[in-house]
Design a protein around this ligand. Sequence first.
Ligand SMILES: Nc1ncnc2c1ncn2[C@@H]1O[C@H](COP(=O)(O)OP(=O)(O)OP(=O)(O)O)[C@@H](O)[C@H]1O
Length: 886
Amino acid sequence: MKSATAAKPQPKRIETPLNRQYNQIKAKYPGALLLFRVGDFYETFGEDAIRASKILGITLTKRNNGGSNEELAGFPHHSLDTHLPKLVRAGERVAICDQLEDPAVAKGIVRRGVTELVTPGVSFNDNVLDTRRNNYLAAVHFGKADDTFGISFLDISTGEFLASQGNAAYIDKLLQGFNPSEVLYCKRNRQEFGSLFGDKFHTYTLEDWAFTYDFGYNFLKQHFQTTSLKGFGIEGQPDGIIAAGVILHYLNETEHKDLQHITRVTRLEEDRYVWLDRFTIRNLELTVAQQEGGVPLIQILDQTVTPMGARLLRKWLNLPLKEKTLIDERLNMVELLVSDIDLADTLVNHLRQIGDLERLVSKVAVRRINPRELLQLKRSLQHVLPIKELLITALSQNELADPHPGSLKKYADQLNPVSFLIDRIDAELREDPPTLSNQGGIIKPGINAELDELTAIAYSGKDYLLQLQEREVQQTGITSLKVAYNKVFGYYLEVTHAHKNRVPEEWIRKQTLVNAERYITPELKEYEEKILNAEEQIFQIEARMFNEMILAAGEYVGAIQQNARALSVLDVLASFARVAVKNKYVRPQINESKILNIKDGRHPVIEQQLPPGEPYIPNDIYLDDETQQLIIITGPNMAGKSALLRQTALIVLMAQAGSFVPASSAELGLVDKIFTRVGASDNLSRGESTFMVEMTETASILNNLSERSLVLMDEIGRGTSTYDGVSIAWAIAEYLHNKTDCRPKTLFATHYHELNDLAADNSRIKNYNVAVKEMGNKVIFLRKLKEGGSEHSFGIHVAQMAGMPAQIVSRANEILKQLESSHQREDNRENIQKAVPQERELALRIIESGDPKSEAIKEKLRTIDVNRLTPIEALLKLNELLKMAE
Ligand SMILES: Nc1ncnc2c1ncn2[C@@H]1O[C@H](COP(=O)(O)OP(=O)(O)OP(=O)(O)O)[C@@H](O)[C@H]1O
């Protein structure tokens, strides 16, 4: 509602009781759009009405509100389900204010209150939710120490609740991977939040006091009805606890008080999953393509048939495992399903019949399930027992070499057929129930005697009326007599004018038509009342019995949630199996070595996109920490260097997520971190990165390496001049090779042939090139990785292929020849070693020339301890100095 300003006096408004009630409720939910129930409508007023009418395309009107004109827009209450999702998707927080008592019996103004505050991150509404994705609410807590943060995620529609803590890079990674619909954080961190985690999220800020340990700890304890949080493994995560507490607090504030389905909070263990930096997640296009129309990996791998399976696959791809036992457990099941296609098909056919069990059971817990959904729940659950039996028989028949006996049986053991619940629903619930629970038609006959009796009265009326009609015809001799019903008079007797004179006196005339008259009789009215009463009672009894069924189902929430988890795992594994068969993947051999040995590896996405008849050329990759730790891959543009780098990382990731891989064989020593850097110019076009940023980030990779890391460097250094670029790429490769604490496996794609000289002095650096063949003045891409360096760039050939005019191509060739003859590569190594000091000299000369900036630069130089500087730091410093000098 508009507020009066001091400068412009507003006409004095008379506050009606309804106005006052609205204002009081509105004030309690600042920032929310208030849907105010009046009779059969939800109304919005003032600013809310303007926004609602824009988003929903509903008419905006004005009403005279005690002297001022106020905007008003509303819609019928039954269209809430269509309008609410639109408002939420537009980023609105919507407070739904309902009538809390029956207007017919209310004394004075009807009591109203907000029954739910729907926000982008908190929704049960099927129209707001995407079945194949989770809808997460996140909370981020900025810890006391620098660079420690707590984080928590909740999907209220499934009850999944997670907490963790770590540094900014970790939090950023989780936010990117989980992609929450709404993020909560503390008001005072407004600026830092944006600069650390970007502005792509819907956010909501809360007051300081909600971000305290005691508050969060107690809130969680109270919710789970435990004396401590030890059982959840989050005791040692104070910042994570604060974030999780904030989530529960927020649910409370938004009137979400039925939370029985949130049965646990799980610690997301940073060290259980492969570390993927932000660029790797983006560059490998695991779940999101970089460009519109692009195909992410998940699209190739997702053959899941249940919504919860689809959601789980997304999670598995973002969080690959690094524990051999767990990975093998998944791979064993995939292998079993690959080898027994009948089993896989039968399993999938059962799974297909299972709806969104996870979200259905949440609705049971919060008592929002409707009769039709309860039927769906029953039908889904009916497939649990057959699946369990299927697995048990299959497991006993298939003697699979299982290194961890019992791990396969685990899946079968987790399934609980909940027969008792199924039997009850089956006995009571009709097979064609409605979506509403207050209009009858829910309960089967033969369950409740009172209900059956009332049904007989209410619905056997036809016979009764026929009898009555016959009796009256005989008594009065009116052969045209008919009993009928309409909404205005209820039941009546109709007599044509021809028989009017035979109508008995006690009949009461109600209406005269052109050729007939309508009457009622006391008997008819008495009967009518009985029917209507019976119907009212039927509705009440059925609603009560339905509620009892929900309460009974509520006892099984834990068991059904466990079923949903086990079924989603089976769904993902069956999907892996089917994709493996379809795309000819093999089982990777996971071990604890430091060797990566892939034979005939392929890129899972590119191979699916090549035109028919154009095969994907497979390649071998071998890396270890003894003989071949870093390979320099040269080759012309378009040769397939990037594809090779990415496919190697994708194969590792797919394997550690439990999938078979596109190769003829793959022996994989576990990887614990994957880092990717792509040369700046790739990102520059999107205005994201500059050379400086590229360097800072490369430096941060170099500081976080482990001995099981896999590093992809794709044309690093190309964002600057050739000499700078070569020197930087050189220094980085050298650094990776010479690191004393670990030997990260690295693929280094580059255009700089100069880097081939590195192999001479560094025993674990090897040169490879992606082969091309020159035929006359044409280049044929063989896409085969070969040992050895390469001599040319073939950039001009690529230009020719792209349709560059012949004149330009031949002129470019001339210039190239000239340049090559004047820049003989006598001793590159020496040149490169010299390059840095030369630039340093230049910087010093500028300083000596009496430039006013010289003091600042001298000061900077004095702080540099040359003996402790790494090559990269030296380059960064130099860059900084040059900037100052410019
Ligand atoms: N092994 C392969 N078999 C078949 N086609 C391939 C193969 N590798 C790459 N390609 C095709 O070649 C295209 C170019 O590959 P890629 O981008 O990896 O080249 P590049 O060497 O990194 O080039 P640039 O240096 O210009 O970035 C890919 O989009 C793909 O269509």
